[in-house]
Design a binder for this molecule. Structure first.
Ligand SMILES: [Zn+2]
Ligand SMILES: [Zn+2]
Length: 452
């Protein structure tokens, strides 16, 4: 969330919390009742595990075998320790590129330390950190899902009184969005609105006799980062107006609060459509923070929404699970990690997603990503400009020069990209072979490093 602290109450940190021992006892009791914590996977779970792990390791040499994993009664995977691998997906995280506290590299490093295999970086209204995250992830053998959390407004009656902020997560293929400019313009417009919004909030605070300057907020946000509420809140703490971020939000910055302001967020339906048109999977973030979840879910489903966040870090399914079933939506979840380090923050990788859930997610996402990759490559074959090839490379980040791996021809470049993005089977399909052939015959004006 945009530093929106109403995400906090439901979270349960992986780190030590006061009541953790009590909870652990309760958990043990429950496990006893359920008859043990470890079970062999069902056939369905084994197949799902195999399929997900193949996708996770498609561009890596290491391979995870289904035999090395067991699941508990809820289908949540349990690591077997040495030699056993657990498929931990973290599908909601923020870096310094929006309102997180860690750089994308540090975030990836921390995720790796927590056993995360697949990390979606979902900064607010920007994909600026993706390249750095990809570079870092390669060092750790992790996979990055390029993502973004889009700030939008739901307007049930078209008047500002009933409006409420809605966050929509977008997940893209490793190749990134198709129609890159369209998405970038869309996001840039929201980011511009954030500057105006921050200035409005400062003005409102000043009217409340709390002195705060734009410079203070801008310094905290950092160079080139569109300011969010949390940056304003941090400036308020620094200036001594409030004791902590929570107070800044609960007294002044909450939705509709005395210093709250909206920016130029698009309608939620519009954002979902743009995500779908640019080859993304659209997921409603933290529905528990919404005033009108049912109306919003219904409206967004019509616009093309694919899923809802329902899994929480305390291991419970939120009540929105039933709504997801009603509307035929995917059920996923993530920690919404910002790196604030405060008590109660959910840790990266702390939301356990059952293997069947990961399988369902990929079952929906992969065909979408597959056709996005095909679109991007076809466009490049039709218009083989250097800028189009550079676009393909944007998220590929081929380690040619640094790693001593040299790419001698277009074919090498294309083959390397396809091996990163597709499974062998997908890569060897007639359509991709044709595109690959077409691309390899085109003479790009390449000068080695200019491609990269
Ligand atoms: Zn978030
Ligand atoms: Zn959010």
């Amino acid at each position: 969330m945009a530093g929106d602290l109403h995400a906090l109450p439901n979270s349960n940190s992986v780190g030590a919390s006061k009541d953790s021992s009590k909870k652990a006892k309760e958990k043990r009791k429950k496990k006893k009742k359920r008859g043990g914590s470890k079970k062999k996977m069902t056939v369905e779970q084994t197949l799902a595990f195999k399929s997900v792990s193949e996708w996770v390791s498609q561009d890596q040499s290491s391979f995870v075998t289904a035999a090395s994993c067991v699941v508990d009664d809820f289908g949540v995977q349990k690591s077997l320790g040495r030699g056993g691998e657990k498929l931990v997906f973290e599908l909601h995280s923020h870096s310094k590129c929006s309102d997180g506290f860690l750089s994308p590299s540090k975030l990836v490093e921390r995720a790796h330390g927590n056993g995360v295999k697949v990390l979606a970086l979902t900064d607010h209204d920007t994909m600026y950190g993706i390249s750095e995250a990809l570079d870092a992830a390669r060092r750790f053998g992790m996979k990055i899902i390029p993502g973004v959390e889009v700030s939008t407004i739901f307007s049930p009656r078209g008047d500002s009184e009933s409006d409420e902020p809605v966050h929509v997560l977008a997940y893209y293929s490793s190749c990134g969005p198709t129609g890159c400019e369209k998405l970038e313009n869309f996001l840039a417009n929201i980011r511009d609105g954030r500057y105006i919004r921050a200035k409005n909030m400062i003005e409102k605070l000043n009217k409340l006799k709390l002195s705060l300057t734009w410079e203070q907020v801008a310094r905290i946000a950092g160079k080139g980062v569109a300011p969010g509420r949390v940056h304003v809140a941090r400036a308020m703490v620094e200036a001594g107006h409030v004791v902590n971020l929570k107070e800044a939000f609960s007294r002044y910055l909450f939705d509709g609060g005395p210093a709250y302001s909206t920016g130029s967020e698009p309608l939620a339906e519009e954002a979902v459509k743009v995500i779908c048109e640019t080859g993304g999977v659209a997921v409603l973030a933290h529905p528990w923070a919404l005033k009108n979840p049912v109306a919003i879910i219904r409206r967004l489903k019509e616009a093309g929404l694919h899923g809802i966040e329902v899994f929480r870090s305390d291991g419970r399914l939120s009540v929105y699970s039933d709504l997801a079933d009603t509307y035929g939506l995917l059920k996923i979840g993530g920690s919404d990690y910002h790196g604030r380090g405060g008590h109660g923050e959910s840790e990266l990788g702390s939301v356990n997603l059952p293997v069947l859930v990961l399988h369902e997610f990929l079952k929906v996402a992969r065909p979408i990503w597959h056709s996005a990759i095909r679109d991007i490559l076809e466009k490049c074959a039709e218009d083989p400009s250097e800028s189009n090839l550079a676009r393909i490379m944007k998220f590929a980040r081929i380690p040619s020069l640094k790693g001593g791996f040299s790419l001698n021809s277009n074919k090498d470049v294309i083959d390397r990209c396809l091996s990163l993005w597709l499974t062998n089977e997908e890569r060897n399909s007639a359509e991709f072979e044709a595109i690959s052939l077409k691309l390899s015959q085109i003479s790009f004006n390449q000068g080695g490093s200019t491609l990269l």
